[in-house]
Design a protein around this ligand. Sequence first.
Ligand SMILES: Cc1cc2nc3c(=O)[nH]c(=O)nc-3n(C[C@H](O)[C@H](O)[C@H](O)COP(=O)(O)OP(=O)(O)OC[C@H]3O[C@@H](n4cnc5c(N)ncnc54)[C@H](O)[C@@H]3O)c2cc1C
Length: 281
Amino acid sequence: MDLNTVEELDRPKGGAAVAARAGRLNDSEAWLAGGTWLFSEPQPRVSKLVDITGAGWAPLTINTCGLEIAATCTVAELDALRTPEDWRAAHLIGACSRAFLASFKIWNVATVGGNLCMGLPAGPMISLTASLDGACRIFGRDGSEWEVPALDFVVGPQQTVLRPGELLRSIRIPVDRLRRPAAFRRIALSPMGRTGALVIGTLAPSGGIDITITGATPRPVRIAFHTVPDATSAARAVDAAIPVGGWYDDVHGSPEWRRAMVKEFAGEISEELGAAARMRQ
Ligand SMILES: Cc1cc2nc3c(=O)[nH]c(=O)nc-3n(C[C@H](O)[C@H](O)[C@H](O)COP(=O)(O)OP(=O)(O)OC[C@H]3O[C@@H](n4cnc5c(N)ncnc54)[C@H](O)[C@@H]3O)c2cc1C
């Protein structure tokens, strides 16, 4: 779509030039990443776009600490990543990449950072990074930098912790989370539909599990268990953690359906990770 209110396109070259703009954008200016959302609907407020894709940040960096995903990394680049064999949670990358209501055309330009910054309940990169305890690195005003857990980055539908003009630089995922056995469940109302509920569980070395709920709630919700619960206890814990009014409601699923699906998935994931825990013993 033509954005006919946009009069200026700023394309800083290099990481330093992009970082220098952080915290300095005014209300009529917006960061441009893949542009798949920005160009999908009118943006009457926006008169200037600042393109961050010339930053030249390495899309993906694997080191002893884990994985750093640049905000500008595309979903296609992330999906193509070859991961170390002991990263047992790596299958979540492919599963979450395929959880977009989108074609390959979107995949090839949509960025991981753009997905987090959109803050949609159905944002699969939010599901991935929140469930693996990623840390979001943010560039603020005057060269300042701060971090926030990916679990807390989105605070509601299309709302994040970013202050005006701040820039998401990258998401760091710790290696111990990538090494955990993980289970994934997702459902949409139709085969190619937008996510209605997406639940991920990971098994900690201590024998506990972390269940992360996205898609069904306005923001990610974590339920942590010290030991693997049975399916009934896991479903009960979902009810205890999320009040009746705490479920997301839109055309992609009613709150009642989302609640029922998440309870079912929490039970299934507990059983799956319980079996993984028994094999480890
Ligand atoms: C057909 C179609 C299907 C889609 N399906 C889904 C879906 O299933 N789930 C879903 O969540 N989304 C979906 N989207 C929306 C969108 O494509 C994705 O959220 C995508 O990941 C956004 O990334 P982008 O790089 O294109 O962001 P852009 O469109 O470039 O930017 C999105 C927003 O984030 C801001 N932004 C981008 N990067 C940064 C940064 N690093 N720091 C601060 N702000 C930043 C921009 O200013 C803008 O407000 C879909 C869109 C289309 C057109």
